[in-house]
Design a protein around this ligand. Sequence first.
Ligand code: ZN
Length: 212
Amino acid sequence: MKLGTIICKFISAAGISAVLVAASCCSSGSAPCLSRAEKDIIDGEGIMRVLTVEEKEDSLLLRSECTDFPKRVLRSERFRRLADRMTATVTDPSQDGVGIAGPQVGLKRRVIAVQRFDKDGEPFEVYPNIRIEYMSGEKQTGPEGCLSIPDIYGNVERSMTVVVSYTDMNTLDTVRDTVEGYTAVIFQHETDHLEGILFTDRMLPAASMPEN
Ligand SMILES: [Zn+2]
């Protein structure tokens, strides 16, 4: 933390050429460095604030497209903190969700946490820089809700099987995984968030219903 402060002071003193050097050693392609605001969100204590469509500023952020994390960030303790805090947030009794995405905690970044109902122990796992590479033509329809859209539930048609790719946060390798069934639904719902798409955009009209 202290080192970051020192580097910032050095950059502002040394001018624009130093800023450009600092940016090029962190960002890569479409993966910009973390902003001060993003670092502040990640570095906070306890569970994270979950954005909802009921707040105007939140709803604008929830409609944003997300960018990747640079590998340098994925190697950092700060990313591990984010992974831990996203998992703590989605599993907190106040939320009790099965998945959460970057924009829902205020970050326009491609990261999701998903409960793997298809694995022993049904663990939550965190997937940075995730994309869906394949969606099956075979579909399944089931009820969905969203931590960011209180009290709305409805049926959504999703692919039965997806192939996802992401950066493994331990090896930094690009990994592909084939996921089926309900867990595939969670992956589709959460990766939609990274494109600014909410499940209500896909909800089947006749199936919307209030919470019982
Ligand atoms: Zn959601």
